[in-house]
Design a protein around this ligand. Structure first.
Ligand SMILES: CC(C)(COP(=O)(O)OP(=O)(O)OC[C@H]1O[C@@H](n2cnc3c(N)ncnc32)[C@H](O)[C@@H]1OP(=O)(O)O)[C@@H](O)C(=O)NCCC(=O)NCCS
Length: 144
């Protein structure tokens, strides 16, 4: 089941990020995004009362960007990432958002293929955006 995150979900979200990246955007960040930032939507994917995925997006005028996307490694390649993204696409269409963008590490081929499978196109490369690594910037036109 996909639903919007609540404050109580934050520890599980932080754990998921730490497992995937050895780093999290952090508890305080999520408190702000979930409780105080009307431009943000944080979705979680729940299975048997366990949080197995998170997708954060931020909406700014006609554009939306991905803050983060993680699926628990035990549940990858089973369609949960796509389910989270489809939930976001629905809202972006309703809100007439034009462009959906994200940055991803050049070396993260799995995520790059994932985004490409959803119709995102690589538009440019931000040199050394991450420490010693380029970012690939992807965009998808949601509504024309
Ligand atoms: C990227 C990520 C969120 C994808 O989630 P997922 O649940 O595994 O993806 P899905 O099962 O929904 O896959 C959807 C499509 O993506 C592609 N895809 C997913 N995993 C893939 C893999 N390992 N290799 C190739 N293509 C893959 C496929 O085209 C797939 O479609 P299909 O199942 O019809 O073939 C997940 O791999 C993840 O959490 N990675 C670590 C964190 C990360 O890198 N996040 C992105 C940071 S920008």
């Amino acid at each position: 089941m996909i639903r919007q995150a609540k404050e109580l979900d934050i520890p599980a979200i932080v754990r998921l990020e730490e497992q995937a990246f050895n780093h999290s955007l952090g508890y305080t960040f999520y408190v702000h995004e979930i409780l105080h930032n009307p431009s943000s939507i944080i979705y979680i994917c729940e299975l048997n009362h366990q949080i197995i995925g998170v997708l954060g997006i931020r909406l700014l005028d006609e554009n939306a960007e991905i803050l983060n996307l993680v699926v628990d490694e035990n549940y990858r390649a089973q369609g949960y990432g796509k389910k989270l993204m489809n939930e976001a696409f629905k809202v972006l269409e309703e809100k007439q958002i034009k462009n959906f963008t994200l940055e991803v590490r050049k070396s993260n081929k799995q995520a790059r293929r994932f985004y490409e499978s959803l119709g995102f196109n690589n538009i440019y490369i931000r040199k050394d955006y991450y420490e010693n690594e380029d970012a690939y910037v992807y965009i998808k036109e949601v509504t024309l």
